[in-house]
Design a protein around this ligand. Structure first.
Ligand SMILES: Nc1nc2c(c(=O)[nH]1)N(C=O)[C@@H](CNc1ccc(C(=O)N[C@@H](CCC(=O)O)C(=O)O)cc1)CN2
Ligand SMILES: Nc1ncnc2c1ncn2[C@@H]1O[C@H](COP(=O)(O)OP(=O)(O)OP(=O)(O)O)[C@@H](O)[C@H]1O
Length: 288
């Protein structure tokens, strides 16, 4: 198993970023072509609306296809991949060196890549009884309403989580000791790593979520916060089974879709953005 995604892959990925990012240090959220923006230089409103409808339809179709494929994925294979993916993350220098991370709490019914081992490891190391070697702060999602509003709240033990109406474990606004959980948007220290869920991803960093817009809205807000605070942008890493990594231009993107920096599957890490090449492969792309 290769942890670097392979030489050919790197060449492809790098050329994508060089074409779209003449200044590779710019934030990766501008990676997607802004094709669907109506405006003076864009298409007329009716054309833009028709294009948006096509995108919506394509996203729906791809979600259904991936859900179907995930359903027939053998549980034994899934379990093996869950272990491999989590080990890749846990053993990576970019995870080990992270001080603050936002991770999803995986949901078995949604056939998401398991994060329970990673979460348990982070919480173990943040437990005072374990010597505080690498104390990482862990923030996990909490859905606030149906209008794509999600917060990331800090948890320090697994018991801080309760099942929501979608049967996903999430933190209550206050913990068992009635202390308010810290909202990552109010934290004084930056997050260096996001572990992201999703239905489909590609080697260009495109990500297709479950359609709520929760992550896109949140990631955009956090990017703005990091810019304001002059913090380094966190690495956005998606976890995926092979059926979730799609070829070609199957994932349509709109202006609000936030791309990922890297994808981890059981086959290894696929670094995509310059930030990923730098932090995962330790390669620095010089600006021309
Ligand atoms: N583990 C986890 N937590 C998360 C997310 C996630 O994707 N995974 N979210 C990421 O946004 C937010 C919650 N958003 C969600 C959106 C849809 C569904 C869901 O059950 N979707 C069904 C289809 C439902 C329908 O079509 O009516 C599905 O995808 O099968 C779950 C969570 C925040 N927490
Ligand atoms: N930054 C944003 N501001 C306002 N609306 C947004 C933003 N990002 C996404 N949305 C809206 O959320 C809805 C769902 O978007 P989309 O289908 O891209 O979600 P997704 O990527 O599948 O889900 P998620 O981001 O939760 O994983 C769309 O109507 C989209 O316009």
């Amino acid at each position: 198993m290769r942890a670097d995604g392979g030489g050919v892959q790197l060449k492809k990925v790098a050329s994508f970023w060089m074409i779209r990012h003449p200044h590779p240090s710019s934030p990766p959220s501008s990676a997607v072509p802004l094709r669907f923006v109506a405006g003076p230089s864009g298409p007329p409103a009716a054309v833009a609306m028709a294009e948006a409808a096509v995108v919506l339809q394509k996203k729906r179709a791809l979600r259904s296809q991936i859900r179907r494929e995930l359903k027939v994925f053998s549980p034994a294979q899934r379990e093996q991949e869950d272990v491999a993916i989590q080990n890749l993350v846990l053993n990576s220098p970019w995870f080990k060196s992270s001080k603050g991370l936002c991770a999803y709490i995986s949901c078995e019914a949604l056939r998401e890549v398991d994060t329970s081992k990673i979460v348990a490891e982070v919480l173990k190391n943040s437990d005072a009884e374990h010597g505080l070697q690498v104390k990482k702060k862990l923030y996990v999602p909490r859905v606030e309403d149906k209008n794509s509003h999600m917060r990331m709240l800090r948890i320090s033990k697994i018991e801080d989580l309760v099942a929501n109406s979608m049967d996903i474990l999430e933190p209550s606004p206050v913990d068992a000791d009635q202390n308010e959980c810290e909202d990552v948007m109010l934290a004084t220290q930056p997050i260096d790593l996001f572990l992201l869920p999703g239905l489909a991803f590609d080697r260009h960093g495109r990500r297709l979520g479950r359609g709520g817009g929760y992550y896109d809205v949140f990631l955009q807000k956090y990017e703005e916060l990091a810019n304001q605070q002059k913090w380094k942008q966190p690495l956005r890493v998606a976890l995926a089974y092979p059926v979730q990594i799609v070829d070609g231009d199957l994932i349509p993107m709109t202006v609000t879709d936030v791309p990922v920096d890297a994808v981890v599957s059981a086959d290894g890490v696929i670094p995509i953005s310059p930030a990923a090449l730098e932090r995962i492969l330790k390669i620095i792309i010089l600006e021309i």
